[in-house]
Design a protein around this ligand. Structure first.
Ligand SMILES: C[S@@+](CC[C@H](N)C(=O)[O-])C[C@H]1O[C@@H](n2cnc3c(N)ncnc32)[C@H](O)[C@@H]1O
Length: 267
């Protein structure tokens, strides 16, 4: 049985290994995103909701004013401890809080910028969550949301029959999961559209790679396929394992792309 990359509190795709490898695979793109976000916006307080081991804040610390306060929030104590350890060498004013951003929402500090990156998968009611955060924002403050969706990730080349079968089996295995919502982009989109923010930018961002891959990206790609194999029937997992061997072990030319929802909401 492969690992499911759950963190110690049981949240899928949230273990520190997974977050780290995912982050490293997309580091250049993530840095570009933060640079653009903070180019003409100088927040004094930034809160990263579901900060995990503090990887986004590690980027952000290099692009903010010296007096900007950084706060990372996560319910997982192990992630918070790792983030605290990592941030010891940073020169910024930084705090990591172990909080549940749903149950303890009244304890979330007010801020000029909230980040909600790949956390809507763990939120039961997106409308209430978004409205709660809107109420915590200072005047002209922003909530930035990034959200992946299991149906907006594609790897290949692959026979279409196999791709559709894999997608069907994966969907049937996890769409009823009580632990996370792997297919949440449309619900997220509707909640953003229906929210009370004054100004809304809702866009999609393409992340794409073609072989040959950097070792950081290859590791993430291999993990993504191994994670998928976990959920397949025996026959299908064998077929996907053969695909993995052909393209990700024996270096035949291949590609990967993913489309994320990216939204910037201003109060
Ligand atoms: C998939 S990870 C995303 C980490 C990071 N934002 C990123 O994009 O790399 C989701 C994180 O949200 C945290 N999380 C999920 N539900 C939470 C909640 N209700 N309160 C606080 N943290 C939560 C998990 O513990 C995990 O660290």
């Amino acid at each position: 049985m492969q690992k499911k990359w759950n963190n110690l509190s049981g949240k899928p795709l949230s273990s520190s290994d997974w977050l780290h490898e995912h982050h490293n695979a997309k580091l250049t793109e993530r840095i570009e995103f933060i640079k653009k976000l903070l180019k003409n916006f100088r927040p004094k307080i930034i809160v990263d909701l579901g900060c995990g081991i503090g990887l986004w804040l590690e980027i952000i610390k290099d692009y903010v004013d010296k007096d900007c306060q950084l706060i990372g929030i996560d319910s997982d104590i192990d992630a918070i401890n790792k983030a605290k350890k990592k941030s010891k060498k940073w020169n910024n004013n930084i705090t990591f809080l172990q909080l549940d951003f749903i149950k303890d929402s009244k304890n979330i500090p007010t801020a000029d910028l909230y980040l909600a990156f790949n956390i809507l998968s763990y939120v039961k009611n997106e409308n209430i969550f978004i409205e709660n955060i809107r109420n915590k924002l200072n005047y002209n403050g922003k909530l930035v949301i990034r959200q992946y969706d299991g149906a907006a990730i594609r790897f290949g080349p692959m026979e279409h029959r196999l791709r559709i079968n894999i997608e069907n089996v994966l969907f049937n295995s996890i769409h009823n999961s009580q632990l996370f919502k792997h297919y949440n982009l449309d619900k997220a989109y509707l909640s953003l559209e229906n929210s009370n923010f004054n100004h809304k930018i809702i866009q999609f961002e393409l992340f794409q790679k073609t072989s040959p891959y950097s070792k950081e990206f290859l590791k993430y790609y291999q993990n993504t396929i191994k994670w998928t194999i976990n959920y397949l029937s025996e026959n299908m997992s064998k077929e996907l394992q053969d695909w993995y061997n052909t393209y990700l072990e024996n270096n035949n030319n291949s590609y990967f792309y993913e489309v994320d929802l990216v939204s910037i909401l201003t109060r």
